[in-house]
Ligand binder design. Structure first.
Ligand code: ATP
Ligand code: MG
Length: 569
């Protein structure tokens, strides 16, 4: 490819509405442009990188036994009604009607579609296992599209679905995908961690998120400082904290005027915060009150709360009226004295506390000497706490470290959630009808591209790994109007192409400074420069983008050197 034929409009200024570096750099490097809120055009350079990431994904999916196919983006509502998700998917799903009044959505994911296909085709265990995938646009009407490709509304996803005859089979498929994902993100040159994850709206069994470590990431993950345990903050399990052994004293109600926060209570009673019990009051979509109690210095993990409440998808803060109707008092809550039938969830750390302080369900009053294992009745005890730096790893007990990351892919062991709901069955070896055991596995292609840039850049621009760079090498004649330089550069370009190197010839009649700046901004791994001095010497100047290192190579040796260097970049 010659730069004079390439549509790559670079920008000198940083676009004002791009908040994070990857978005800014992709715009500046002429790789993408915004079309509408959360929707983007890929320009030729950006598309080359996307295609390279897709190709790596394809190769690894195929190697793991996947077969590529393609499903429609527009999906009939019926399938979603069968799985039960039409009613619960919420506003992220873009719904529409055709001219006959039939309802559809733009696919946010394809479990229903693939299950509807496979149930009509797969009859026998002999057709299993089966792994089908596509690389295709998804649409999610995100509440807050932002950060460019990182959280857009229309985005490219690879989604693979596995079908097995039993759970062991599913676990094997899961393992294959887990390994394939590890290979994919390694080949893309990313530093990442597979992280134990919550299942969210997809449901089913276990799950891992593949998370690229980067400060701009929206995911918060707990990584053990000793073993390889890593979990999303939503998922991270926490063992109860033991409390010092004390003789339980008698419950006592004390006046604590104006202490409706933990901080004010701690300073008023002059007690350690670890002696206090904190309440958070939620209301469900069905307007039921849910009271959650954690230790004063701990935070509630809403995802864990939701797991305790069947059929509840969202929580909001409770209205004062609702709290009062149940016998509670905002700012002074306690499980003691709440009306029967109210959901009261208590973290196990609280249950271990001795002679603690909680509200007394009365303004300006607290209970002292609360011994939850003695005093709390009709409560559900469950891990409800949000992990924080220094908490013990559930595997080895060493402290965890909190880091930020970008979720680029996720693998789910679904089980029979969709097959059972949609009647996707097969006959097993004994001739018995069984639901297919499924898994699903997604990778955000655009988000992977953005994550690669977040992780690898400098003040001059992007630094691509060779595997996903729009071009591996750029050949630059310093003076694009100089016949001799151009001819030499053309020859080198031809030689590289012949050797199978993905090379761009920057034959633009621009000033050298402009071309060099563009090279650094776009981030080609290697630059070969031809100028008056190199011509005189019969050499080329080689620049390694990643290290900034520059040296000269003879015409005889440069090709071997380039190929050798590319293997390391
Ligand atoms: P998130 O939690 O970030 O909203 P998700 O867990 O809902 O993502 P999945 O359903 O697991 O997403 O989709 C698989 C992959 O698709 C994700 O790992 C991510 O890489 C990508 N992805 C999801 N939503 C978006 C989006 N709005 N823009 C770009 N990529 C996305
Ligand atoms: Mg996910």
């Amino acid at each position: 490819m010659r730069a004079t034929n390439l549509y790559a409009p670079t920008l000198r200024q940083t676009p004002a509405d791009a908040e994070i570096l990857s978005h800014q750099l992709m715009l500046r490097a002429g790789m993408m442009r915004k079309s509408a809120n959360g929707m983007y055009h890929f320009l030729p350079l950006g598309w080359r990188t996307i295609r390279k990431i897709e190709q790596i994904i394809r190769e690894e999916m195929d190697a793991a036994g996947g077969q590529e196919m393609c499903m429609p983006i527009l999906q009939p509502a019926e399938y979603w009604q069968e799985s039960g998700r039409w009613a619960v998917y919420g506003a992220e799903m873009m719904r529409m009607k055709d001219r006959h009044g039939h309802e559809y959505c733009l696919g946010p994911t394809h479990e229903e579609m693939i299950t509807s296909l496979v149930r009509d085709e797969v009859r026998s265990y002999k057709q299993l296992p089966l792994m089908l995938y596509q690389i295709q646009d998804k649409f999610r009407d995100e509440r807050r599209p932002r950060f460019g490709l990182m959280r857009s509304r229309e985005f490219i996803m690879k989604d693979l679905y596995s079908f097995d005859k039993d759970v062991e089979g599913m676990n094997l498929s899961y393992r294959k995908m887990y390994d394939a994902y590890t290979a994919i993100f390694s080949r893309c040159g990313l530093e990442f961690r597979p992280v134990e994850a919550d299942n969210g709206a997809i449901g089913g069994g276990h799950s891992h998120e593949f998370t690229v470590l980067a400060d701009a990431g929206e995911s918060s993950i707990a990584c053990c400082t000793k073993c390889d345990y890593a979990a999303s903050d939503e998922k991270a399990e926490l063992a109860p904290v033991e409390a010092p052994d004390e003789e339980p004293r008698e419950l006592e109600k004390v006046a604590t005027p104006g202490t409706n926060t933990i901080e004010s209570l701690v300073s008023f009673l002059n007690i350690p915060i670890e002696k206090t019990i904190k309440a958070v009051a939620y209301e469900t979509e069905q307007n039921a009150l849910v009271l959650v109690f954690v230790r004063g210095d701990h935070e509630v993990n809403e995802v864990k709360v939701l797991h305790q409440l069947e059929g509840v998808l969202e929580l909001r803060m409770a209205e004062e009226e609702t709290i009062r109707a149940a016998g509670g008092c905002p700012g002074f809550m306690s499980p003691i004295g709440i009306k029967k039938g109210t959901h009261i969830l208590v973290d196990p750390t609280v249950m271990n506390m001795k002679n603690a302080v909680s509200g007394a369900n009365e303004t300006d009053f607290h209970y002292k000497n609360v011994n939850p294992s003695r005093d709390f009745k009709d409560v559900v005890v469950a891990d409800l706490r949000l992990v924080r730096e220094g908490d013990p790893c559930p595997h080895c007990g060493a402290p965890v470290k909190m880091t930020r990351g970008i979720e680029v892919g996720q693998v789910f062991a679904l089980g029979t959630k969709y097959s059972a709901a949609m009647g996707a069955t097969f006959l097993n070896e004994q001739g018995k009808e069984k639901p297919l055991v499924m898994g699903c596995y997604g990778i955000g292609v655009g988000r992977t591209m953005a994550a690669a840039i977040e992780q690898s850049n400098d003040e001059h621009g992007i630094i691509w790994s060779r595997s996903i760079a729009p071009f591996e090498v750029v050949v630059v004649p310093v003076n694009g109007k100089n016949e001799e330089q151009l001819r030499y550069a053309e020859e080198v370009y031809g030689e590289l192409k012949k050797a199978g190197v993905d090379v761009l010839l920057d034959d633009r009649p621009e000033r050298p400074g402009v071309k060099f700046k563009d090279c650094d901004l776009i981030g080609y791994p290697l630059r070969l420069t031809i100028g008056p001095k190199t011509l005189e010497e019969g050499t080329l100047e080689v620049k390694i983008r990643k290290t900034g290192e520059m040296f000269h190579e003879t015409r005889e040796n440069y090709l071997g050197k380039v190929q050798e260097l590319l293997k390391t970049l």
